[in-house]
Design a protein around this ligand. Structure first.
Ligand SMILES: NC(=O)c1ccc[n+]([C@@H]2O[C@H](COP(=O)([O-])OP(=O)(O)OC[C@H]3O[C@@H](n4cnc5c(N)ncnc54)[C@H](O)[C@@H]3O)[C@@H](O)[C@H]2O)c1
Ligand SMILES: [Zn+2]
Length: 372
C-alpha cells in the first residue's frame, strides 16, 4: 500500500462552501491517495478528494460510459450528463443478472467496445453492478468508480469484489477485479439521507474492530453530528477504514484467508438481510456485529466489558443491535450463505477490540449458542 497526501495551498481547508446547484463543492482542499497493490504488481487508486478537481486526471482518454441510478442522476445532473449514461434500478432487488443483462444490451446497442471506459457513480449497488458489468462485458473493460454513499466510499467500492444476487442470495455471481480508481468526495455525502449515513458508519466501526482500535474509539468520543459535520473527522474515519481494507486486500486479494476478516459481522448480517427486508445493509452489519460480539464473549475471545463498549458505540450512532428474527431462523439462512464450506462456516470472532480471528464452526455449534 502506498499513501500520498496533497495539500492544495491556494484553497483554505475547512467546511467549504455550501453545496452548489450541482451539489458538488468546487473547493479542492486536500487529497489523500491510497494505492492498493494488486497481485500482478499494478495499483488500484483510492482518492479521497474532489470530483470536479480530481476526476479529469483519473479518467483515461477514452469514451466514457457512466452507470448510475436515478437518485444520483437527479442530484448530480451536471456530473452525469457530461457523459453517455445508463441508469439501473435502485435497491437490492435490482442487483441481479436481469439488470446486468439489460445493461449488456444497452452497451451493445450503443456500440460500446473494449476501448471504452465504464464509470460507476453511486452507492454499493451501482458499484457492484458496474464492476461486474465492466469485468464481464466483452471479457472486460477498464473501469472506475465515484463512490457517492459513505458505505461505498469506505467499503463497497474498494477491493475489487463485485457481483449481483441470485434467487435472493447475496452476491452469488461475481468476480474479483479492482477498478482503476475509486474517487471519494465527502461533499457528495451532504445529500445522503441520515439513515444511509448511519449505515455507512457501521462498516467503519467494523473496520476499527478488525484492525484499528483508535478508529473504533473515535465512535466512543464523538457524536454522529460531529462525525458528519467536521470535515477533518469525516476524512479521518473514511481514510482509516480504506486503509484497513487496502491492507487486508493486498495481503489476500482473492479471499483465501486473511480477507475473510473483512466479513466480520457479515455472516449474521447476510442472514438478517435474507430473512428480513426491514434493514439496510449497514444496519444488518450493525446487528451482525452485536451478535458476533456476544458469540465472541462465549468463545472467550472478547470480554463482556468490550462487548458492552461495542454495543454502546453502535447505539450512539443510532444503529440497531437486534433484528427481531428468531435465532434458529437466522442460522438456517446462514447455511445457504456463500461462505459456507461443506457443513462449516468460517466465523470471524473479535479478539479484543482492534483484532479478530477466523474460527471454523459447524452449523450445529453455531445453532447451539441459542442467542435469542
Ligand atoms: N463489493 C463489496 O466489497 C461490498 C462491500 C460492502 C457492501 N457491498 C454492497 O453494497 C450495497 C449497499 O450499498 P449502499 O449502502 O451504498 O446502498 P445503495 O447503493 O443502495 O445506495 C443507497 C441509496 O442512496 C442513494 N444515493 C447514492 N448516493 C447518494 C448521494 N450522494 N446523495 C443522495 N442519495 C444517494 C442511492 O440511490 C440509494 O437509493 C449492498 O448491495 C452490499 O452488498 C459490497
Ligand atoms: Zn458490508
Amino acid at each position: 500500500m502506498r499513501e500520498i497526501r496533497y495539500i492544495c495551498p491556494i484553497y483554505s481547508c475547512g467546511p467549504g462552501p455550501p453545496a452548489t446547484a450541482a451539489n458538488l463543492s468546487g473547493n479542492p482542499t486536500m487529497k489523500d491517495i491510497i494505492e492498493v497493490r494488486r497481485t500482478d504488481g499494478t495499483f488500484s487508486t483510492v482518492a479521497i478528494g474532489n470530483v470536479l478537481a480530481d476526476l479529469p486526471a483519473l479518467l483515461p482518454d477514452r469514451r466514457v460510459i457512466v452507470i448510475t441510478d436515478a437518485n444520483v442522476h437527479r442530484r448530480y445532473p451536471d456530473l452525469v450528463n457530461r457523459y453517455e449514461h445508463i441508469l439501473v434500478g435502485m435497491g437490492e432487488t435490482n442487483k441481479t443478472l436481469i439488470t446486468v443483462g439489460n445493461v449488456y444490451s444497452e452497451l451493445l446497442a450503443r456500440g460500446v467496445d473494449r476501448k471504452c471506459f465504464i464509470l460507476g457513480i453511486g452507492g454499493g449497488i451501482v458499484t457492484d453492478i458496474a464492476g461486474f458489468v465492466a469485468s464481464t462485458y466483452m471479457r472486460g473493460l477498464r473501469f472506475g468508480f465515484i463512490a457517492s454513499t459513505l458505505l461505498a466510499q469506505v467499503d463497497a467500492s474498494v477491493g475489487g469484489k463485485n457481483g449481483v444476487n441470485v434467487d435472493g442470495y447475496k452476491n452469488m455471481a461475481g468476480t474479483f477485479n479492482q477498478p482503476d480508481f475509486v474517487l471519494c468526495d465527502t461533499s457528495m455525502l451532504r445529500t445522503l439521507p441520515e439513515r444511509e449515513f448511519r449505515a455507512g458508519l457501521a462498516e467503519i466501526i467494523k473496520s476499527g474492530l478488525i484492525a484499528d482500535r483508535e478508529l473504533f474509539e473515535l465512535f466512543e468520543r464523538h457524536t454522529i453530528d460531529e462525525l458528519r459535520d467536521d470535515p477533518a473527522l469525516l476524512r479521518r474515519i473514511i481514510t482509516g477504514a480504506v486503509r484497513v481494507k487496502a491492507r487486508i486486500v493486498e495481503a489476500d486479494e482473492r479471499e483465501t484467508g486473511e480477507r475473510k476478516k473483512l466479513n466480520l459481522g457479515h455472516t449474521f448480517a447476510h442472514a438478517v438481510e435474507k430473512t428480513s427486508r426491514e434493514f439496510l445493509h449497514g444496519e444488518a452489519v450493525a446487528i451482525g456485529l452485536a451478535m458476533i460480539a456476544d458469540l465472541s464473549v462465549r468463545e472467550g475471545t472478547l470480554t463482556e466489558d468490550d462487548a458492552r463498549r461495542i454495543k454502546e458505540a453502535l447505539t450512539r450512532m443510532g444503529l440497531p443491535l437486534a433484528s427481531g428474527v428468531e435465532y434458529r431462523k437466522l442460522v438456517r439462512a446462514l447455511e445457504m450463505d456463500k461462505k459456507k464450506d461443506a457443513s462449516q462456516v468460517s466465523l470471524i470472532l473479535m479478539n479484543g477490540i482492534g483484532d479478530c480471528l477466523i474460527r471454523p464452526k459447524s452449523f450445529e455449534e453455531i445453532g447451539a449458542a441459542d442467542m435469542d
